[in-house]
Design a protein around this ligand. Structure first.
Ligand code: C2E
Ligand code: CA
Ligand code: CA
Length: 651
């Protein structure tokens, strides 16, 4: 039992300072207490020297205290300096310091008690009583100051109490004995109280340590959350939120210099995703991010905004932005190798330069977006820098959009029609219905302009339906063997409500579905070929014919054409324009051949000369449309035009 206690006591001393956080807390607390300990020791001891200077021998009254005072003063100075220094203690230093305090404390306790006991042999009763008071108060004070280091306090107690009791008992005087026992009891109780309060101190340190750990963990989690909230999980690039934060910061520090905002969009990402699956799409995005990362020098940042859309922030002037932009576009043109597959996407990049294109983040973003739109729609991809010309185009587009919003389509839209002629028979086979808009606010606007603007919002659906209503009503004016060809846009293809409304209008009109052709542009179909194919199939099942409009201007390949549920293909008029040139001729011939191979009817658009007609006929293209027959006419004039064209052919 006793052996166990001794072992525990030994371990208690051996483990002194082994708990790093406790050791640091102890050392910090002692740093504040020790100057008081030494000050108390010096003041008390000085008082004893004063009262005993004439009664004790020189060695005891002067030499010994001088040595002890020098040592104590040095320690006082040492701790006083430490107490006023703000230093970060590490655990090892703290441990070393605790051991040193214990060692020096033990040594000084022994030295002072031996000196005190020696003094007890001199002077009268009052001077002896002073020594006893000195020992008691000094021991209490020192043990108290060592509260944060109970090992040292206990050692002081173990040295002082037995020595003092021994010295008093040796006097064989009742008074001494009673006082010694009394003092010893007080010191034992004090030590006991001190251990209790140290236990409390230790628990507090443990609790604080745990609290600190939890706090650190919370901060770390917060950092992680913050980082994740600003990072795109797929590519590891900073995300849309980060893009807007950084853009706002750049704008706020506008004086720091010019920079450009870029918006980048992949051109054929959706078909890749749909054809090869999302997994391949994801790999492509990761590869793309890897490809772009090394290009980010000079503080350029690239961000994934979502889907196949990326943001770029380029410090520097417009020349730098153009250079970086061109490099990014070139990188996009390179095909991607994904397993066995080789995939090409390409991309468009719109750039707006600060401060020329705008002083606030939303303006810069909108203008980069507009430049992107322009790159995509008007340039067919690549880089477009926002310019004042685009600015006026924006203003004009906004005015048109506002007028469209206010437009009552049934009243302001006018129906024009242009015949599609069977070139061999010379008879009109169909009428392509084309919209004309005379706005009371912005005047006459070309369809290519207002249709494009309407397609950016849901306004296009209203236009499509108004055209259908008017076209179906006009059907009554025309011979029943003449078909009506309607243009529908990409947005209509993806609007079930519009498609349902078209069906309703058709059935309500009583016009045979077989008289209806639906023209859908190649680019509209290519945006999402799978979805487009489903819708076109549905229209064909209802009895309508489907024509692929503006063929040659989009990105469809032979295999795409083969997979689409089509009846006709309309060769874009730009190719007919080029017919006279050797290359143009070859291209059109290849297109006509392709249609024949796929058993699709081929319509040539924009036929303006008899020469073009002859060439096309020789190639085997028998259906034509163009100014050669007539320009688009108001519907009321169409019955006459049909008759005239028919008569001209018969003649
Ligand atoms: P599109 O579908 O390719 O229509 C044919 C366009 O070519 C018409 O332009 C027509 O006037 C023009 N055109 C016809 N023959 C010739 C020719 O021999 N030479 C030349 N240079 N041009 C010729 P328009 O009416 O200005 O329409 C432009 C485009 O606007 C249309 O191109 C079509 O994409 C769109 N559009 C027109 N009306 C509608 C509509 O009701 N709905 C939709 N979604 N789009 C429409
Ligand atoms: Ca058309
Ligand atoms: Ca066309």
């Amino acid at each position: 039992m006793r052996g166990g206690k001794c072992w525990r006591l030994y371990r208690w001393y051996a483990d002194l300072g082994s708990d790093p956080r406790l050791a640091v807390a102890q050392a910090v607390s002692l740093q504040r207490q020790l100057p008081f300990l030494y000050a108390l020791l010096l003041v008390n001891s000085l008082a004893i020297v004063v009262t005993h200077r004439h009664v004790a021998p020189f060695a005891i009254s002067t030499t010994v205290p001088l040595c002890l005072f020098t040592l104590s003063s040095l320690r006082l100075f040492h701790w006083w300096r430490r107490a006023h220094r703000t230093e970060q203690l590490n655990a090892e230093d703290a441990r070393r310091r605790l051991r040193m305090i214990t060692l020096i404390g033990t040594f000084l306790a022994a030295a002072y008690i031996i000196w005190s006991i020696a003094l007890l042999g001199y002077g009268d009763a009052i001077q002896k009583a002073h020594v006893m008071i000195y020992v008691t108060t000094t021991a209490i004070g020192c043990i108290f100051c060592l509260g944060a280091l109970p090992q040292a306090a206990l050692l002081v107690g173990l040295i002082v109490i037995p020595s003092f009791i021994g010295a008093c008992l040796a006097r064989q005087d009742m008074m001494y004995t009673v006082i010694a026992v009394n003092v010893a009891l007080v010191l034992v109780v004090l030590l006991h109280v001190l251990f209790n309060s140290f236990d409390h101190f230790r628990k507090q340190v443990i609790a604080q340590t745990r609290l600190k750990r939890q706090h650190d963990e919370l901060i770390r989690l917060n950092h992680d959350n913050e980082r994740l909230a600003h990072t795109d999980s797929l590519t590891g690039l900073p995300n849309r939120r980060r893009f807007h934060d950084d853009l706002a910061e750049l704008v706020a520090s506008g004086g720091a210099g010019p920079f450009a905002v870029g918006l980048l969009d992949l051109d054929r990402f959706k078909p890749v995703n749909d054809t090869f699956g999302h997994h391949v799409g994801d790999i492509l995005l990761v590869q793309l991010a890897e490809r772009m990362r090394p290009m980010l020098s000079g503080g350029t940042g690239i961000y994934r905004l979502g889907g196949d859309e990326f943001g770029v922030l380029i410090p520097g002037n417009v020349r730098t932005a153009t250079m970086v932009g061109a490099r990014l576009c070139a990188a996009l043109e390179e095909p991607f190798a994904i397993g066995e597959l080789t995939v090409s996407v390409g991309g468009s990049l719109g750039i707006a330069q600060f401060p020329d294109a705008g002083h606030i983040a939303t303006d810069l973003f909108d203008r980069a977006d507009y430049a992107l739109y322009h790159a995509k729609r008007m340039q067919g991809g690549g880089l477009c820098i926002f310019t004042p010309d685009l600015e006026s185009a924006i203003r004009r587009d906004r005015a048109i959009e506002a007028a469209l919003q206010a437009c009552v389509f049934d009243e302001e839209l006018h129906l024009y029609g242009q015949p599609i002629v069977g070139a061999r028979t010379g008879q009109v086979e169909a009428i392509e219905l084309l919209a004309r808009w005379r706005s009371p606010i912005v005047g006459e606007i070309a369809p290519s302009d207002f249709i494009t603007i309407a397609e950016r919002s849901t306004l296009i659906h209203g236009i499509t339906l108004a055209m259908f209503r008017k076209g179906l009503a006009a059907a009554r004016l025309l011979p029943s063997d003449i078909a009506l060809s309607f243009n529908i846009s990409a947005c209509d293809l993806h609007s079930p409500a519009t498609l349902a409304a078209i069906e309703r209008e058709l059935f309500a009109s009583g016009v045979a579905a077989s008289r209806i052709w639906i023209e859908v542009t190649e680019t509209a179909v290519m945006r999402d070929p799978a979805a487009a194919a489903r819708v076109l199939q549905r229209l064909r099942r209802l009895g309508m014919k489907v024509a692929l409009d503006d063929f040659g201007t989009g990105h469809s390949s032979l295999s795409n054409l083969h997979q689409l549920p089509l009846d006709k293909v309309k060769i874009d008029r730009s190719f007919i324009n080029d017919l006279q040139a050797q290359r143009g001729w070859a291209v059109v011939e290849a297109m006509v051949g392709l249609c024949r191979a796929l058993s699709l009817e081929c319509v040539a658009e924009g036929v303006q000369t008899a020469e073009q007609l002859e060439t096309l006929l020789r190639m085997g293209c028998e259906h034509m449309q163009g100014f050669l027959f007539t320009e688009p006419l108001p519907v009321a004039l169409l019955p006459d035009a049909v008759r005239i064209i028919g008569r001209r052919a018969a003649a």
